[in-house]
Design a protein around this ligand. Structure first.
Ligand code: PLP
Length: 301
């Protein structure tokens, strides 16, 4: 019988597409090309499918978990949706803990995949509070926390998948890689792979500016910095304001036909800033997820 893929097998190998109008509008340097890696094309709709699959597969391979077990995770959204999908595919129970101010589409997607949700009051401490609660539930024996913030299998997904894909899709021409930073799994993993291929490649992180609330990404306080994060592996950090990210999300959809989330637009703001300073560069940025995940926020109205 033919060996058909599972839904999990369809994760990765996402398209890398060239922007056609925004580079000219933003007057980028001569000979620059800006490329969008469309991670919203993954089966559960975001870059997080890669990390979720990697963390569960590797924990299973090490004998830490087996189908039927319960997994717990604090998540700002996309990881929860991805973990809920992989848990459904592989037969795990999934408990997801998230602040109650995150978009309703996200919550509904998680429950559609069969996950149990615990909503924590946003004013009790947001993601930091959710992360602490996940760990205390694990201590009480309620399940295993994968802890995407400290789990090396999160960046591993990008060392094995996203990084090699970008290298091959650009035929080794990539000069700059730009990613918004949440757990930092994407930027750490892709950066690790690309730098080994060419030490001159510039790795640029996009972070919310003071006061900006961009779903999925954070400028973490020192004591909550992800354990997988190594600041020496990022060449430059760009602070993105709320308005910059939201305006760019609208422009990206209307002028390029790429309907993406706010953090993806933030990464593009950073990519365009870089592109205004350099010439003959091949700049790739991560489109983490699709814009329809943010419709209820009114950003696209
Ligand atoms: C919408 C969105 N953007 C960006 C990111 C950042 O990706 P990473 O956690 O790999 O840094 C995430 C991660 O959850 C996300 O959900």
């Amino acid at each position: 019988m033919k060996n058909y893929p599972t839904i999990e097998d369809t994760i990765g190998m996402t398209p890398l597409v060239r922007l056609q109008r925004l580079p000219e509008q933003y007057q980028v340097g001569r000979g620059n090309v800006i490329l969008a890696k469309l991670e919203g094309n993954n089966p559960a709709g975001s870059v997080k499918d890669r990390a979720a699959s990697s963390m569960i597969r590797m924990a299973e391979a090490r004998g830490l978990i087996k189908p039927g077990d319960t997994l717990i995770e604090a998540t700002s959204g996309n990881t929860g949706i991805a973990l809920a999908m992989i848990a459904a595919v592989r037969g795990y129970k999934m408990i997801l803990i998230m602040p109650d101010n995150l978009s309703v589409e996200r919550r509904a997607s998680m429950t559609a995949y069969g996950a149990q949700l615990i909503l924590t009051p946003a004013d009790a401490g947001g993601m930091e509070y959710a992360r602490d609660l996940a760990l205390s539930m694990q201590a009480e024996g309620k399940g295993l926390v994968l802890d995407q913030f400290a789990n090396e299998d999160n960046p591993l997904a990008h060392i094995q998948g996203t990084g090699p894909e970008l290298w091959e899709q650009t035929e080794g021409q990539i000069t700059h890689f730009v990613s918004a930073m949440g757990t930092t799994g994407t930027i750490m993993g892709v950066g690790n792979y690309l730098r080994a291929k060419n030490p001159d490649i510039q790795i640029i992180g996009a972070q919310p500016a003071e006061g900006a609330q961009i779903p999925g990404i954070r400028k973490w306080p020192e004591e909550y910095l992800p354990k997988i994060y190594d600041p020496s592996k990022v060449d430059a950090l760009e602070a993105i304001t709320q308005d910059e990210a939201e305006n760019m999300a609208r422009e990206l959809a209307a002028k390029e036909g790429i309907f993406a989330g706010i953090s993806s637009a933030g990464a593009l703001v950073a990519a365009l800033r870089v592109a205004q300073r350099v010439e003959n560069a091949t700049i790739a940025f991560i489109v983490c997820d699709r814009g329809d995940r943010y419709l209820s926020t009114g950003v696209f109205n």
